[in-house]
Design a protein around this ligand. Structure first.
Ligand SMILES: Cc1cc2nc3c(=O)[nH]c(=O)nc-3n(C[C@H](O)[C@H](O)[C@H](O)COP(=O)(O)OP(=O)(O)OC[C@H]3O[C@@H](n4cnc5c(N)ncnc54)[C@H](O)[C@@H]3O)c2cc1C
Length: 445
């Protein structure tokens, strides 16, 4: 790993030391491994259901299945919570790509409304989960502000919100540039819109709380146990893992953007794209409150979007976005995101970055979440960077489907087929071109 100090220290020695001196290359949210207690020992020979993946989808499915009395064995290729669920920004939202306008053109007004209603229900579901299981993860509905990067973006936002409001009750409003400082103090933006009843949480603590709730309900969980393949036969499935085989009746694939390149069927349907995040060193909470009064979640209108928030304890700025497609160099990402932070908040130019990390966001060809069965196994995935609420929700819905509770398990997303992406076989060779086009669009439009 190249440290930013090594990259730029010749040019700006003092500055670099100040900005990155204590950089940690891991998620700020991550809980210690000791917070995840398991019974250990060998894998069981059989279980009713094997769940592959220990993120929000897998844990939520496992929790609901265990609560219904099923014998569930969850396997995780790395350590528990290795994937996006402990690497995200903790924004709990109900956005679906395209808003009402695009959704209704694609799925009809009724379909669009059903999907948006369900997205909203997913936020309520997360809140209910935290309450029911006493998960202390700072869930709060502080709202989200969407700053406009260009005046034309503000106009487009206003049109989209007006269209949405004609068809769907939403507690949201436009914020003109003259009132923007009630939400965000930045020279970079031109007003925006605010959505009041969405929120945020501490994803590490939410993840750990969900894990504990599922364990309490009876889930058996095995870290460092990679699914290698599966074979249908007799009245069930034989699951091959790096630690031996397990017989089960149903297999749930809850891998989202992780490891999909090696999963038959999924490799051509899910594209993992890396997103990066930085967290600054702690500072006086008043500094951040002055820049983001009300402490809302923020996601700007650029094609290469930047999202940012204040940490739950009020002391750090957390900011994320794509840096370069294929870029796996955390040091470069820290520099790119730090530059973005100072463009948004010139007043934070003296604040060092303390953490940098990255994670995979998963996209399907239609940029919609997917749930269902493929090659005889269940899946819920492809949340397009908005899975903090949708992943637990669809994990739960998947459990209801497996339990045979057809009506309760029905979702507005059932109708969507997860289609193979043309010319794609698990190696997203065209991403650099897409990223370059997005960057150009941000310059031009
Ligand atoms: C940087 C970043 C920021 C984000 N910010 C937000 C946000 O603010 N709000 C929001 O709503 N969403 C956000 N997201 C998206 C959100 O985090 C995800 O949609 C969600 O966490 C997906 O959960 P999951 O359980 O489906 O998958 P994951 O949490 O990714 O878990 C998948 C797990 O499967 C395991 N696995 C893979 N293959 C195998 C195998 N063969 N055998 C066993 N285990 C396997 C992986 O190791 C991994 O732990 C963000 C994502 C990223 C990367």
């Amino acid at each position: 790993m190249r440290h930013p100090a090594g990259v730029l220290s010749d040019q700006y020695p003092g500055l670099i030391k100040m900005q990155y001196a204590r950089l940690k290359y891991r998620s700020f949210w991550r809980m210690p491994e000791t917070a995840y207690t398991t019974e250990g020992g060998d894998l069981p020979e059989a279980a009713d259901i094997v769940v592959c993946g220990s993120g929000f989808t897998g844990l939520s499915a496992a929790l609901s299945l265990c609560e219904a009395g099923r014998d569930v064995c969850l396997i995780e290729a790395e350590e528990f919570g290795h994937g996006a669920s402990t690497r995200n920004a903790g924004m709990v939202g109900d956005r679906l790509k395209g808003g009402f306008g695009e959704l209704s053109r694609r799925f009809g007004e009724k379909g669009a409304r059903a999907m948006l209603e369900e997205a909203r229900a997913s936020v309520d579901f997360v809140e209910e989960l935290t309450r029911r299981h006493g998960i202390d993860c700072d869930f709060r509905r502080m709202g989200r502000f969407y700053p406009a990067f260009r005046p034309a973006h503000f106009e487009a936002q206003a049109r989209a919100l007006e269209e949405m409001k004609k068809h769907f009750a939403i507690d949201a409003e436009m914020v003109p540039p003259s009132r923007m400082s009630d939400y965000l103090v930045s020279p970079l933006y031109h007003g925006g819109w605010v959505h009041h009843d969405t929120g945020g949480l501490h994803p590490g603590r939410f993840h750990q709380g969900l894990f504990s709730a599922a364990r309490k309900a009876g889930m058996k969980a095995y870290a460092r146990t990679r699914l290698i393949g599966w074979r249908r036969g007799g009245d069930g499935i034989s699951v091959r893992t790096s630690r031996g085989d397990i017989r089960c009746r149903e297999l749930v694939m809850a891998t989202n953007g992780y490891g999909v390149r090696h999963l038959p069927g999924f490799a051509r349907r899910v594209i993992p794209i890396k997103s990066f995040v930085i967290a600054t060193a702690a500072m006086a909470p008043e500094r951040l409150q002055a820049l983001m009064p009300g402490g809302r979640m923020m996601a700007d209108s650029r094609a290469m979007l930047r999202y940012f928030r204040i940490s739950p304890d009020g002391t750090r700025l957390i900011l994320g976005g794509r840096t370069r497609a294929f870029e796996d160099d955390l040091s470069t990402s820290a520099m790119v995101l730090r530059r973005a932070m100072v463009e948004i908040f010139p007043d934070l130019a003296d604040v060092p970055v303390e953490y940098v990390w990255g994670g995979y966001v998963a996209y399907a060809m239609d940029s919609m979440p997917h749930i269902g069965r493929l090659n005889g196994v269940w899946h819920a995935m492809a949340y397009t960077g908005s899975g903090v609420a949708m992943a637990p929700w669809l994990g739960h819905k998947l459990a209801l489907k497996i339990l045979g509770r057809e009506e309760d398990g029905r979702t507005a997303f059932d109708r969507l087929a997860m289609r193979p992406v043309p010319f794609y076989h698990g190696d997203p060779w065209y991403l650099p071109a897409v990223a370059a086009w997005y960057r150009l669009r941000d310059i031009l439009v």
